[in-house]
Ligand binder design. Structure first.
Ligand code: ATP
Ligand code: MG
Length: 198
């Protein structure tokens, strides 16, 4: 009997994790676990000095393993920290990516304040979640999908083709740094002489 699927869906806020994961779970008949709900309901979080809710990744891994043991079939787990779940349990990691302008539109539509908006766009431009995912699980397990112009069912179809080995979603092909720098820095770069180290 082949091993059951445990597919972790992660990505910067607004890249479409919740919509993608719900569609994927429906399509393959898997149970869906939302990590935000799991963290809140199990009470494993703390509130830091800025009033922000934080969770220790070790506690999250332990709690997920407990819940996952109680589910027999395939499982899709989604959330901002899904790429940090135990690599011996997770069979696939999907990191969703979205180009900066489109991500900005989606986050503005949700009313994100300027600072939070900029922090998230910067995190996406630097590919932080992708780096963490590859660090944690290695390149073979991680699949990177650009949802800028794919709707959730199309993105799910693409992932299913990768599962069948028809396409490669190997990480490292997506890069928004130039777009991000053009948007925020190019016009601010001073002209004229530059310091250099002789
Ligand atoms: N593939 C997509 N194409 C166009 N719009 C999308 C796509 N995926 C998500 N969106 C839009 O982006 C917004 C965020 O989607 P969603 O809630 O699924 O993101 P998320 O990654 O789960 O965010 P969070 O981390 O805050 O939970 C929604 O308004 C949704 O309509
Ligand atoms: Mg979500």
């Amino acid at each position: 009997m082949s091993r059951r699927l445990i597919i972790a869906v992660s990505g910067t806020p607004g890249t479409g994790k919740s919509l993608f994961a719900a569609e994927l779970a429906r399509k393959i008949g898997a149970e869906l676990v939302d990590l935000n709900t799991l963290i809140k309901e199990s009470g494993i979080y703390e509130v830091d000095e800025n009033g922000v809710r934080v969770v220790d990744p070790e506690d999250l891994r332990r709690e997920f393993s407990r819940v996952s043991k109680g589910i027999r079939g395939d499982l899709v787990v989604e959330g901002l920290l899904a790429h940090l779940l135990p690599t011996d349990e997770v069979t696939h990691v999907v990191v969703l990516r979205t180009a900066i302008e489109e991500l900005e539109r989606r986050l503005l539509a949700r009313g994100y304040p300027e600072r939070k908006l900029r922090e998230n766009l910067e995190a996406e431009a630097l590919g932080i979640i992708l780096c963490e995912a590859v660090q944690e699980h290695g390149e073979d397990k991680v699949h990177e999908i650009d949802t800028t112009s794919l709707d959730p069912p199309e993105a799910v179809e693409l992932f299913l083709s990768a599962l069948r080995g028809e396409v490669s979603l190997r990480p490292g092909k997506i890069d928004w740094l130039e777009e991000y720098c053009d948007k925020y820095f190019r016009s601010e770069t001073p002209r004229g002489g530059k310091k250099f180290n002789p």
